[in-house]
Design a protein around this ligand. Structure first.
Ligand code: ATP
Length: 320
């Protein structure tokens, strides 16, 4: 393999840049050329791509976002759009493709590989930690640390004013961010889409805490479980407590990647190049039992990635 291409796709996540750096440098180390594709599959279709070298990826390991930019592409969902992208594969002499993104991006990459026979390897980059076949995705650790920092700051003001704070975090279908940050942040209740919840139970917990002199309460809500405003309103109606709502939003996607995410991004990025060099296709570089491995993309996409309900139960016990 002489020349590979690389793109980032779907939602951006902190550590994508560290991963781009790893892919480019590892490939160059092994004597290959690298083509960077801008704006995900849109740039692939439009031919918005060009060569990268060692200095293209200098000074980016610590930066959030992605220097290649990312996009969601309606056109890539169509056979015509993908055929245009294949024209660029031929034009630029691309022999393998690395896609850094979420499960949607891997579906696109897999379809493309089947249609045109181009070897593709995925690297899981999403803050949601919702990709089957890997224990961790690039960006999750940074995102939960960002949320934790917010929880700690809100706790200070919650204590001073004796208020109940509701913090809404990202996670439309998956409660991983809420669960990890809520447990680490000592939240009273954690609401996630995977578990039904009951306002009576939430309010009883708050009242129990209040009766034993607790000065503040924090409830972490994944956006897919309920809107933070709605939760705040319902609790206020039932308890009479002054509830304040904070919606963290896109703040959770940004920021300098944590050490754990930089390490993960570097390891997975390098592994993706190794997989292409070994002649593999439709694989994802992932982590299993702490080891970096190649996982079959299609198999991974057919599985589901449940949240760790043991953490949910533990959070319930520790916030009694
Ligand atoms: P995140 O989880 O962070 O949102 P993602 O990779 O899952 O990231 P999606 O928006 O689901 O984000 O997918 C990114 C892009 O992948 C889509 O905009 C589309 O271009 C392409 N894609 C997704 N599914 C398919 C598919 N079945 N066939 C072809 N292309 C697809």
């Amino acid at each position: 393999m002489q020349r590979i291409a690389l793109l980032t796709s779907g939602g951006d996540s902190p550590g994508m840049n560290a991963c781009i750096r790893a892919v480019v440098r590892k490939a160059i180390y092994h004597g290959m050329e690298v083509i960077g594709i801008n704006r995900g599959f849109n740039g692939f279709i439009e031919g918005d791509m060009g060569p990268m070298n060692l200095s293209s990826v200098a000074d980016i390991i610590h930066r959030g976002g992605t220097i290649l930019h990312t996009a969601r592409s309606e056109q890539f969902l169509t056979p015509e759009g993908r055929a245009k992208a294949y024209e660029n594969v031929k034009r630029f002499g691309v022999q393998g493709l690395v896609v850094i993104g979420g499960d949607g991006s891997f579906r696109g990459a897999s379809v493309f590989s089947r249609e045109f026979g181009l070897p593709v390897v995925g690297v899981p980059g999403t803050i949601d930690n919702d990709i089957p076949g890997t224990e961790q995705t690039i960006g999750f650790d940074t995102a939960i640390n960002t949320v934790l920092e917010a929880i700690d700051k809100i706790r200070d003001t919650a204590t001073s004013h004796e208020r109940t704070f509701i913090i809404e975090v990202m996670g439309r279908r998956n409660g991983s961010i809420a669960l990890a940050s809520g447990l680490a942040g000592g939240a009273e209740s954690i609401l996630i889409p995977e578990q039904p919840f009951d306002y009576e139970d939430i309010c009883q917990r708050l009242l129990r805490g209040f009766r034993r002199g607790k000065a503040h309460s924090i409830i972490v809500v994944a956006e897919g479980a309920s809107g933070g405003m709605e939760v705040g309103q319902r609790i206020k109606e039932r308890t009479g407590f002054d509830t304040k709502v904070t919606i963290l939003g896109h703040l959770q996607r940004g920021g300098s990647p944590s050490a754990a995410d930089r390490l993960l991004a570097s390891r997975l990025g390098a592994k993706s190049v190794e997989l292409l060099m070994a002649g593999e296709t439709r694989k994802m570089a992932g982590v299993k039992a702490g080891q970096v491995v190649g996982v079959d993309i299609d198999e991974a996409l057919n599985e589901s990635r449940p949240v760790d309900l043991a953490l949910y139960d533990l959070a319930g016990v520790l916030s009694i």
